[in-house]
Design a protein around this ligand. Structure first.
Ligand code: ZN
Length: 137
């Protein structure tokens, strides 16, 4: 599956990080880590803004993390209009911060900072794939 099938709306089909979608199809979320300086990037990058290196390794993100912040969105950008309202969140997984949406049905009332969450792939009705958070069980 190509990058054009990632998320609700893709603006690019070709990218040096397209392996991200392949990993996601297999059920895992991956980031990249700069080999020379050790910075980790999510979303994955193939060029480091710190040391300007391009030697990256793929690292699997732990499926269990902690919720850092969240908000409920009532207005959506192009491609997401049918989905509002939804909860956007930032969670940290072994030091890697991941931005994403919470599973449908959860509201801000169900969430609290520091709570344990998991991240997992989701396939939308139109076949596109992404990932979402949900409370850890
Ligand atoms: Zn670097």
């Amino acid at each position: 599956m190509g990058f054009e099938q990632f998320g609700r709306l893709s603006f690019t089909s070709q990218t040096k990080t397209s392996a991200f979608v392949d990993y996601l199809e297999q059920g895992d979320l991956y980031a990249t880590r700069c080999s020379p300086c050790g910075l980790t990037f999510f979303p994955p990058r193939t060029d480091c803004y710190s040391c300007l290196g391009s030697e990256m390794e793929w690292i699997k993100i732990s499926p269990r993390g902690k919720l850092i912040s969240f908000t409920r969105s009532y207005f959506a950008p192009t491609g997401f209009e049918e989905d509002v309202p939804y909860v956007l969140a930032v969670a940290e997984f072994n030091g890697t911060k991941v931005f994403g949406r919470f599973k449908e049905g959860f509201t801000e009332k169900d969430l609290s900072r520091g709570m344990e969450v998991t991240v997992e792939p989701i396939t939308f009705n139109d076949g596109r794939i992404s990932y979402e958070f949900k409370p850890a069980s």
